[in-house]
Design a protein around this ligand. Sequence first.
Ligand code: G4P
Length: 528
Amino acid sequence: MSEVKLADAVNSRRTFAIISHPDAGKTTITEQLLLYGGVVREAGTVKARKSGNFAKSDWMEIEQKRGISVTSSVMQFDYEGKRINILDTPGHEDFSEDTYRTLMAVDSAVMVIDAAKGIEPQTKKLFQICKMRGIPIFTFMNKMDRDSREPMDLIGELEEVLGIEAYPMNWPIGMGKELKGLYDRYNHQVTLFKSGEGANADSDHLALDENGDLSDDEELKQDSWYQDARDNMELIEDAGNSFDEDKIISGDQTPVFFGSALANFGVKTFLEIYLKYAPRPAAHSTQNDGEIEPTDENFSGFVFKIQANMNPNHRDRIAFVRICSGKFTHGMDVTLERTSKKMRLSNVTQFMADTRENVDSAVAGDIIGLYDTGNYQIGDSIYTGKNDVKFDKLPQFTPEIFVRVSAKNVMKQKSFHKGIQQLVQEGAVQLYTSYSTGDYILGAVGQLQFEVFQFRMKNEYNSDVIMEPMGTKKARWINPDQLDEKMGSSRNILVKDRNGDPLFLFENRFAENWFKDKYPNVELSEKL
Ligand code: G4P
């Protein structure tokens, strides 16, 4: 690919994740976006996958039983000259570690909020990761076809709870059964809501005059809902934030769109404005060579997620790679930075929209899935070219609950160790080793991760494991130079993480405070 072509291809990419609390409407809006992209032809396709109709393996049983989504995937489609990659994030709280990491591989995020509920705990957690990365966030206030909270309260809450400037791009005229339309501040029009219009719900527009008032339609003009929306818009125009593209790009301002994913109302406008302001693939910083521009001819990328293959009879896995620069071609040789080994990328999944031109290549911004037999780890960098490329470390998310784990059958230590090593590499759970006893301790963000671990150890490695719950703990890392093994006790268990770094697992806040009083000079740190 020539330089110009590569730049064009890269600049057309928009890679984002949708973040939300379960049930806010992530699946529904994803589906509408895929419909616009022509990838699915019927509403309900993604839903069917979510409800388990497409999930075939035993492992998925857990998912079905608990009614949550364990896996996450990548969906790609083209729309008006842009190639869009949506990275699905597992919605349940128990899987937030995986979800967090997915956010490391996107250039922006769409936050879907149930307008009847406002900001819910999971949205807040995910938002904080986006904020930490400084990525742009676009907000969709969903379910306006139902009675929701006052729009002004929702905007206020967004600003207060999340500490971000909100810029409403439109304002609902009514809500629930009284939903009349959207006052579209951005396109300077009113879009009428016609229930039951399906994919055409966005099609009926009324122009606004230079004062921002309806030019005709006296009836709507007299409607109290319209007047209310108009007043609120005026108030916001006078006293609210001004639209600031730089702030959007730095993640300090979020454009807010009201609408209804289910009624497909406001979704198309949202998509079009989103594509206008969402950033193209960003440069990525490395530990050894400054920043790498996405248009650099050399290929590079990092593994942000490893997922076991759906087939329990095979132990192969898929390593998801975010391409950071250059272009991927089938069969290319890359260097795996951690081992300096040459790897041939011949067995690769691409997440392409069905039958379009150029389907044989992926460029910076895209995601590829490498079939893996155990070579890759989360955080690995791969690259072509002479210069060694080592991308910044992915943050480790501090686990909150812990179990002590051992093999039920002591004769089967080999498969136990192998299973643990591989599953830990996938990053679903964190492994710690006790300094005093050498015991294995697992840490996770949610209980379900342990259940999945136990299930997979049995099914994939034929290893029954015993898990003794240790409850919640506070993991705090300690500077190795300050470490004295005598500092450990049953209330602050001294362990090593998988990099060999020492940390304490404190029983609770009191145990931590007690420790700090006793050793005032010892620095404790919490990794995010
Ligand atoms: P999630 O992926 O964020 O978990 O949410 P999902 O899209 O599955 O939506 C959760 C529920 O909210 C679904 O209802 C869905 O139909 C509904 N929903 C989503 N968007 C809207 C909206 O704009 N308006 C209204 N009124 N409802 C919406 P469900 O009863 O759980 O599923 P189903 O029976 O509809 O399949």
